[in-house]
Design a protein around this ligand. Sequence first.
Ligand SMILES: Cc1cc2nc3c(=O)[nH]c(=O)nc-3n(C[C@H](O)[C@H](O)[C@H](O)COP(=O)(O)OP(=O)(O)OC[C@H]3O[C@@H](n4cnc5c(N)ncnc54)[C@H](O)[C@@H]3O)c2cc1C
Length: 126
Amino acid sequence: MSLHHGKQSTVDFAARVRGNQRKLRDGLTSQYDFIVCGSGSSGSVVARRLAENPNVSVLLLEAGGSDEAPIVTEAARWVENLGSERDWKFVGQPNSHLKGRSMPSRRTRMRRNPNRSYVRVPNPAH
Ligand SMILES: Cc1cc2nc3c(=O)[nH]c(=O)nc-3n(C[C@H](O)[C@H](O)[C@H](O)COP(=O)(O)OP(=O)(O)OC[C@H]3O[C@@H](n4cnc5c(N)ncnc54)[C@H](O)[C@@H]3O)c2cc1C
């Protein structure tokens, strides 16, 4: 299989996901059997497992917006998420071992996975 084929599959999958999400959004109701708050690592898994039962309705809520943005999908641009609208902008307590400085504690808000917007880099605070 060519690289092109792999890229095409990704595009097809993304289009199917988008279509499915549009369908689900259009069918929102005022009552659900389960409402899961936060589509982070655990919320996504819990909602997925609950949704395996076709007899129950599940709503997964996420505070952030869409993750369909180049700064999310293009890994090399991860740094642009820091301090962006997708960043909760949490800050740690002042730390005497850091000469009283407060370190930013990065957490993003977006559908699917808050970890998608970061890569691991050495942290001078550690
Ligand atoms: C920079 C960074 C790198 C990390 N790297 C790794 C790693 O390499 N390996 C690893 O195992 N772990 C890693 N972790 C830890 C891992 O991300 C967390 O342990 C994990 O995400 C916690 O899962 P969670 O479901 O509890 O919370 P989260 O994944 O943080 O999910 C919480 C979700 O709830 C949403 N939310 C919050 N409030 C509301 C509200 N009021 N309404 C609706 N939605 C809301 C948030 O936007 C978020 O999407 C990393 C964490 C960070 C910050």
